[in-house]
Structure formats: structure tokens, C-alpha cells
Design a protein around this ligand. Structure first.
Ligand SMILES: C[S@@+](CC[C@H](N)C(=O)[O-])C[C@H]1O[C@@H](n2cnc3c(N)ncnc32)[C@H](O)[C@@H]1O
Length: 208
């Protein structure tokens, strides 16, 4: 999703809106430290599992109904998508309590992050901004991205499509306003594509 190479993986990474995903634990198992923030980290592991499992059948059914909206290369079927999602959650949950004690899972949410200026090399945000443009306003996007750029040297956001694969109406205005404020903004193609046409990320660097 973020086209991460060795240099990026070795850097100091913040994950924003990481939810019940396994990136943090996978990096931890490789001896790397990622800090993840998400408002759901106020909940217990059992509460998170119950919420994720409750949406399982609905998600698999929606993927079946809209089969042509996805690229079925890496993941081959809607059922496999469901299994991959639950397996990622189980990896996350097995690490969750230890990770919370270790300060790797922190309850926080955009547009405010509890970190110092420039604390991270890279802030990653997947499947939150742009994807939910119907619910998250342009001003929330701008405040959230500038906040991530305050705490990290570089910000990467993926994907730039909404649910249903429509391009987010916020992408153009966000690029324009951030550039007007002196940020460097780039839309860059990435190798990953699950939503058809969802193979671009936004890369933002703050003004010097
Ligand atoms: C669809 S999930 C994506 C999880 C993960 N990034 C991934 O790609 O699998 C969206 C996540 O964003 C979190 N979220 C919602 N509002 C947020 C906010 N204002 N700031 C940070 N995270 C938020 C939700 O709790 C949820 O875990």
C-alpha cells in the first residue's frame, strides 16, 4: 500500500487509524518499533474482536455482490478476504495487551496526536482519510494531514478512492491547499491494488 522499502521500514514509523491490523505486530516480531494510534484502543481485545467479527458476514457478502469492483489477484475470493482480515485481527489481538503496556497501541484520533513535533520519520494512514470522504469533511482531512506532518517528516495516505471506487472529492482541494501552505505533495503509484483503480497514495512533506 505504501511501497515501503528497507530504508522506510528501518525508520521511526507512526501508524494512524491502524485499527485491528497486523503491521505493528509484524514489525515488532522483526525487532522494529511502530507506534499505532486509533480511537478503538480504549476497548479491550474481546470488545474489538466482537466488533470485527460482527461485520464479517456483511463484508464478505458486500464483496461478493460487488465482485467486479476488486482485483482478485493476491486475494482470490471474498471468503479468502474475510479469512485474511480475521487472521490479521488475531495476530493483532495476540500482541494487543503486551503492545499496550509497551506504548505501541495508543488511543488517540485525528485531528490531534499526542506527540512532539518531528517525533517520527514517517506517518502512515490507510483506509481512513479519503476512503470515508462521505463522513469526514475537507477541513478534517486538512487538519488531520497537517497534524501528521507536524509529528512526522513524511506522511503517506492510501487509498485515494472512496468506498465504491469513486475518486475522493477531497484529493484535489487537499493538494491545492497544502501546496498553498508550502507543503510538498505528490500522488504516487504503488504496487498494491485491491479496490480497482485504488493504486495511488498521497505523499506529503511539511514546509521547511
Ligand atoms: C477501515 S479501518 C482501517 C484500519 C487499518 N488502517 C487498515 O488499513 O486495515 C479505519 C480505522 O480508522 C479508525 N479511525 C476512525 N476515526 C479516526 C480518527 N479520527 N483518527 C484516527 N483513527 C480513526 C477506526 O477506529 C478504524 O480502526
Amino acid at each position: 500500500m505504501f511501497d515501503l522499502g528497507d530504508a522506510e521500514l528501518a525508520s521511526n514509523i507512526l501508524g494512524v487509524g491502524d485499527g485491528p491490523a497486523s503491521f505493528n505486530v509484524e514489525m515488532h516480531e522483526r525487532g522494529r518499533r511502530v507506534i499505532s494510534v486509533d480511537p478503538i484502543y480504549v476497548f479491550s481485545g474481546d470488545q474489538i474482536r466482537a466488533r470485527v467479527e460482527a461485520t464479517h458476514d456483511q463484508l464478505v457478502t458486500a464483496c461478493r455482490e460487488h465482485h467486479d469492483r476488486f482485483v482478485w489477484n493476491h486475494i482470490r475470493t471474498p471468503e479468502e478476504m474475510g479469512r485474511v482480515r480475521l487472521a490479521a485481527m488475531e495476530r493483532f489481538l495476540a500482541d494487543y495487551d503486551a503492545g499496550r503496556r509497551d506504548g505501541r497501541y495508543l488511543p488517540a484520533k485525528l485531528p490531534e496526536l499526542p506527540f512532539a513535533d518531528g517525533q517520527f520519520d514517517l506517518a502512515l494512514c490507510s483506509h481512513l482519510l479519503f476512503l470515508y470522504s462521505d463522513h469526514l469533511s475537507l477541513s478534517l482531512h486538512l487538519a488531520g494531514i497537517t497534524e501528521m506532518a507536524r509529528v512526522a517528516r513524511e506522511v503517506r495516505i492510501f487509498p485515494l478512492l472512496m468506498l465504491g471506487n469513486t475518486p475522493s472529492p477531497h484529493v484535489g482541494p487537499v493538494c491545492e491547499e497544502l501546496r498553498r501552505r508550502g507543503y510538498a505533495v505528490e500522488l504516487r503509484r504503488v504496487p498494491y491494488e485491491f479496490q480497482k483503480g485504488g493504486n495511488e497514495m498521497m505523499v506529503v512533506r511539511r514546509a521547511r
